[in-house]
Structures are given as structure tokens and as C-alpha cells.
Write a protein that binds this ligand. Structure first.
Ligand code: SAM
Length: 285
């Protein structure tokens, strides 16, 4: 008889946010694999759960995934938990899940809190389509490149962020995505829960104030730049030369501007260039 791997969600702050099923499984399994055993012990003590724990974190994931999946193969039932929320969501567990699947072992999700879902439902931004991007890159160049990739997604954009980068990330988002409605959801389910709503530039300013950016936080950004309706209408009637000029005045060089215009209009770059040259020649006549 082989065992089972249970992926158990735990609270993101308020200890009451744990399901009856999660508590039963944490009681019944042979072993609980934790990101930080001391952290999880506090939760287990609160619910008087005596199950043995072992560590499973990003630095020992590879070896542990092999060891734990072997234990499951020989009959052990193991629960994996992260420090907060759902294991596997910006937290380790992926390798263990893959190892178990490859060996044909049973993998059972035990759902519960995830910070991005709690943030999304309370944000007031559309929930019908969303994109969850995990943590934004720490360095500004990579972060901007990431934001450019998702600029056109017709979905609410959601990212995890650390307090010391929040103001910078919001400012980058304002620059790359344009002015948009946004939300910063902090310390969800905890004593100092705070859901700040506003424009990207307003929130960037608010969190740039020393001491304002504290706690754990989620950034959510609306899918459309403010004033997009008008912009789209104007853009529809703009010539290629006008579009290129507008982008150049925003700081892009001609090559980058033309590339963007070609992409926006669904034209090959060479064709966009040919039309640009023709428009400019006509303007000179
Ligand atoms: N596994 C977790 C989940 O299911 O949401 C996420 C773990 S990730 C390492 C930690 C990040 O999640 C934090 O930096 C923050 O962005 C977000 N987060 C976790 N708890 C939060 C809370 N109570 N309020 C707001 N954001 C939270």
C-alpha cells in the first residue's frame, strides 16, 4: 500500500482560517513537511496537533522531494504546508508534487486561504479574469520588462511584493502600464488589515512615505489605463507618423517606437516602416 501526499492550506494571518478537513488531516498524517518547522509548530500547538514535522524549503527541496516521495511510496501519508496560505503558491511544493506524480502516487489538495484570492475578492477590481504573476522581479530593469509583457492582458493584474520595494514597483507600473486604478492589500486577515485603493501614481506616492509600507502586501492593477476609451478613439484616427512621434515624445527611440506601432497595428515592421516613409514624403510635398 502506498501513502498519500496532502497539500494543506493554512492561515495567512488569522488562525481561525483553517478548515476542519485541514485540521483532521494534519492530525492523521505520519509527517508534516513544513517550510519552517518552528513557525508551523505555533499553528499546530494552537490546535493541539502532535504530529511530527520535518523541513521542506527552497534550499533542500530537491533532496527532500526525493526522500519524501520514497516515504510515500512505502506507505507513509505526508502533509505539506507552507508558512502561510497555500503551498505551491509562491512557496515550495512543486518538486514534491512532480516527484509523486512521476511515481504514480496519490496527490490530494486540501484547499484554503491564498493571499492573492483574498486580495482580489476585496479589491473591487474585476474578478472575471485575472493574471497572478507571483513576486515581481527585485531589479527595476527586469521588473519593467515583466510589466511590459503583461501590459496588454485583458485581466486584473496581481503581484506579491515586499514592503521595501512597493513604492518603486508602483512607480514602475505607472510608467509602463500607464495610469490605472490599483489596490494595495496589506496584512489581510490580521489586526492591521488595510486595503488601499487609488491610482497607481497616488499609491506610489502614499507608500513612498517613510513607515507607510509595512507588513505583507499584494498589488492589484486594473486591466485598462484610465481614459483608455478616449485614447483608443484618438489612436484609431492617428497616422503611423503621428503614432511614432507620440511615442518618441514619451522617450522611445524611432526603432522602438516603430516596433511598438507595428505590433499595435498588427503589421510587419518592414511594412510599417514603408508606410511611415510614404506618409512623411507626402507630408513634405
Ligand atoms: N503561499 C502564500 C499564499 O498562498 O498566498 C504566499 C506565500 S509568499 C512567500 C508571501 C507573500 O504573500 C507576501 O510577501 C505577500 O505578498 C503575500 N501575503 C501573504 N500573506 C499575506 C497577507 N496576510 N496579506 C497580504 N499579503 C500576504
Amino acid at each position: 500500500m502506498t501513502g498519500t501526499l496532502y497539500l494543506v492550506a493554512t492561515p495567512i494571518g488569522n488562525l481561525e482560517d483553517i478548515t476542519h478537513r485541514a485540521l483532521r488531516i494534519l492530525n492523521e498524517v505520519d509527517l508534516i513537511a513544513c517550510e519552517d518547522t518552528r513557525h508551523t509548530r505555533k499553528l499546530l500547538d494552537h490546535y493541539q496537533i502532535k504530529t511530527k514535522t520535518t523541513s521542506y524549503h527552497e534550499h533542500n527541496e530537491r533532496e527532500r522531494a526525493a526522500e519524501l516521495s520514497r516515504m510515500i511510496e512505502t506507505g507513509a501519508s505526508i502533509a505539506i504546508v507552507s508558512d502561510a496560505g497555500t503551498p505551491g503558491i509562491s512557496d515550495p511544493c512543486f518538486r514534491l508534487v512532480r516527484a509523486c506524480i512521476e511515481q504514480g502516487l496519490r496527490v490530494v489538495p486540501v484547499p484554503g486561504p491564498a493571499a492573492f484570492v483574498a486580495a482580489l475578492i476585496a479589491s473591487g477590481l474585476p474578478t472575471d479574469e485575472f493574471f497572478f504573476g507571483g513576486f515581481l522581479p527585485a531589479r527595476s530593469t527586469a521588473r519593467r520588462a515583466r510589466l511590459s509583457e503583461v501590459r496588454r492582458l485583458p485581466a486584473t493584474l496581481i503581484f506579491y511584493e515586499s514592503p521595501h520595494r512597493i513604492a518603486e514597483s508602483l512607480a514602475d507600473a505607472r510608467e509602463i502600464l500607464g495610469e490605472r486604478e490599483a489596490v494595495v492589500a496589506r496584512e489581510l486577515t490580521k489586526l492591521h488589515e488595510d486595503i488601499a485603493r487609488g491610482r497607481l501614481s497616488e499609491l506610489a506616492e502614499r507608500f513612498a512615505v517613510e513607515g507607510a509600507a509595512r507588513g505583507e502586501m499584494v498589488i492589484l492593477i486594473d486591466r485598462t489605463p484610465l481614459g483608455t476609451e478616449a485614447t483608443i478613439e484618438t489612436a484609431a484616427t492617428m497616422s503611423i507618423a503621428e503614432r511614432v512621434d507620440a511615442l518618441e515624445s514619451e522617450g522611445l527611440d524611432q526603432r522602438a517606437a516603430l516596433k511598438r506601432v507595428a505590433r499595435d497595428l498588427g503589421l510587419p515592421r518592414a511594412e510599417a516602416y514603408r508606410r511611415l516613409v510614404a506618409e512623411r514624403a507626402r507630408a513634405e510635398d
